[in-house]
Design a protein around this ligand. Structure first.
Ligand SMILES: Nc1ncnc2c1ncn2[C@@H]1O[C@H](COP(=O)(O)OP(=O)(O)OP(=O)(O)O)[C@@H](O)[C@H]1O
Length: 548
């Protein structure tokens, strides 16, 4: 191990340790990076950072590439070092400990604007350090606020960060804790579904925090059921919506509106995401002030994905897909001993089925989805973060924000819910300039999805060889998967595609396709579905369905 590698190893271990210490409460965190600097350029940027023109200069400059020591692409890093920034020396010390030296492009572009107190909507590619970009200036706000009185019963929450998933909330809180290493008086807490409300209530009472990271549903729960919580939220100075476009989706909109109504109008709001579709820009006034700044660090025409990630699609009938998935994985594993693969599936129950199947095929596999208990999700997420030689089969709970280092391949099976979800799932690889690969596996009738991503560099993948032995092996493995899991997968599959605008339009065709899926699991007859469920799906009396 070279000295450099040695140091990185120690830094990583420190990060892992701080993560493990924290894991009882929350989840999160990983890898670090340090860079050498070019003194001349640094001096020039240092003087720019002192001037009020700093931000506009940064914007004009756009991406500045620097050299890479690990063969990765460093376009995500800027030339500005953290120690050139007007933030607390104690935060800088913590940043140094983590191993960050230069700011990423999005951090460099947003920090000066956020420090001025402006509302910001920022778009930056996946895995380029958005979390630190909003946490670092938020911590400054806490530092500058008058400390709460010792006996204050309901000390104000000054910074409220909302994340769409539990994994992401835990991760953001862990990152905040790293930055707060030398700020012992500033506390972070996380509240999220999957843990007992009463436990969180007690924890908040015992350790009142100034920074709260939350998932939307649980935050609402606290607003409605935790004494004094609403009063504490009236202290919010900074509201952050991470994965903002997703939080402003219909699925979360009501919760977010309720949360916005519970925090003061006079506040700073920060919206971050790798994707900000036009519809979201249209409705961002729900959260942002009229004079907010939109900072887009994705250069025009470069697409929203990373050029160092090879993207491919494979179109094959459902009956071949499990064998193809197995062949793809075997090929990848034999190519790369350090393989680390994410397989995204459409629903939790399909995820379980695919994980069962790959397990029967003796692959080293884990699963994460919403039907697993939170303690299990945290444990598996932690294991995958630290491992190599592992496949994680997952639903969309891992689609956004989750920071697993060194993912070598992302496979997406079936229709992603939309273009944005495709980009975020793919973004689990190619983080921090690393290389990666993405394969989208579609059935012929799902090919229409490619139109929505036709500006992205997705090429046709070569069809992997599936010999008769492999096919038999997969069939045998499928026959060992529990029937109840196949039944649940069938029902979930039907539900997912039923709610898809395109596929769900023709119910007769939908049922035919669902039955193809059922056959692909090795079933002769499609499983029966409770009448009530069929009624809710609007599928009563559609031929080809069996009810019970
Ligand atoms: N200045 C920096 N230098 C090196 N590494 C950094 C820096 N800032 C953040 N990182 C690391 O980069 C990784 C990616 O950061 P982060 O998860 O915040 O990305 P993101 O842009 O939020 O991604 P996503 O869009 O997927 O949510 C993390 O491991 C983080 O610790």
């Amino acid at each position: 191990m070279s000295e450099d590698e040695d140091e990185r190893y120690v830094l990583r271990k420190e990060k892992e340790k701080s993560y493990s210490d924290f894991v009882d409460l929350i989840d999160g965190d990983e890898d670090s990076e340090d860079e050498t600097s070019d003194e001349d350029v640094q001096e020039e940027i240092r003087s720019k950072s002192r001037s009020s023109l700093f931000h506009s200069e940064v914007k004009k400059q756009g991406f500045v590439a620097s050299s890479s020591e690990d063969g990765g692409d460093d376009n995500y890093l800027s030339q500005t070092r953290f120690d050139q920034c007007p933030v607390s020396p104690l935060s800088l010390k913590a940043i140094k400990d983590v191993g960050y030296e230069k700011m990423t492009v999005v951090q460099e572009a947003t920090l000066p604007v956020i420090l001025k107190g402006k509302d910001v909507m920022a778009k930056a590619k996946t895995g380029t350090g958005k979390t630190v970009a909003f946490l670092l200036p938020s911590i400054e706000v806490v530092i500058k606020s008058p400390p709460a009185g010792r006996d204050e019963k309901r000390p104000p929450i000054l910074v409220l960060v909302i994340c769409p998933t539990r994994e992401l909330a835990s991760q953001a809180a862990a990152e905040a804790n790293l930055l707060l290493k030398y700020h012992p008086t500033i506390g972070v807490q996380v509240v999220m579904g999957g843990t007992r409300l009463a436990v969180e209530q007690k924890r908040m009472q015992a350790n009142p925090c100034q920074i709260l990271v939350a998932t939307p549903g649980r935050l609402r729960d606290h607003l409605e059921n935790t004494a004094g919580f609403a009063t504490r939220l009236m202290g919010v100075n900074v509201l952050v919506l991470d994965e903002a476009d997703h939080l402003l989706d219909m699925g979360f909109r009501k919760d977010i509106e309720r949360i916005i109504a519970a925090v003061p109008k006079q506040r700073q709001t920060l919206l971050f995401s790798a994707t900000i579709p036009e519809e979201v820009r249209q409705i961002c006034h729900i959260a942002l002030k009229r004079d907010h700044e939109f900072i887009n660090t994705v250069p025009e025409g470069s697409g929203e994905t990373h050029t160092q990630v090879r993207q491919m699609h494979l179109v094959a009938p459902l009956e071949n897909q499990f064998s193809l998935l197995y062949a793809l994985l075997k090929e990848h594993i034999s190519d790369d001993v350090n393989y680390k693969v994410l397989v995204f599936c459409t629903t939790a129950m399909v995820t379980r089925l695919v994980a069962d199947l790959l397990g029967e095929l003796n692959l080293n596999v884990r699963e994460i989805h919403s039907r697993k208990p939170q303690s299990y999700r945290t444990r598996v997420s932690d294991e995958f973060r630290k491992s190599k030689g592992l496949i994680l089969v997952t639903s969309d709970v891992s689609a956004r924000g989750v920071d697993y280092p060194d993912v070598t391949l992302v496979i997406q099976m079936g229709l992603p819910s939309d273009r944005e979800q495709y980009i975020h799932r793919l973004g689990r690889t190619g983080r921090k300039g690393k290389e990666g690969q993405g394969i989208l596996l579609l059935a012929p009738w799902e090919e229409f999805f490619l139109n929505s991503v036709n500006d992205l560099p997705i090429t046709k993948a070569p069809m992997p060889m599936v010999d008769p032995d492999t096919r038999k092996k997969v069939e045998r493995a499928l026959s060992h998967v529990e029937m109840k899991n196949k039944e649940a997968a069938y029902q979930a599959w039907l539900g997912y595609y039923n709610s898809n605008k395109t596929v769900g339009r023709d119910k007769y065709r939908l049922v035919e396709l669902a039955n193809e899926f059922s056959q692909s699991m090795g079933l002769d007859n499609p499983p029966a579905i409770p009448k009530l469920v069929l009624g809710k799906m609007g599928l009563k009396n559609v031929p080809g369905l069996r009810s019970k």
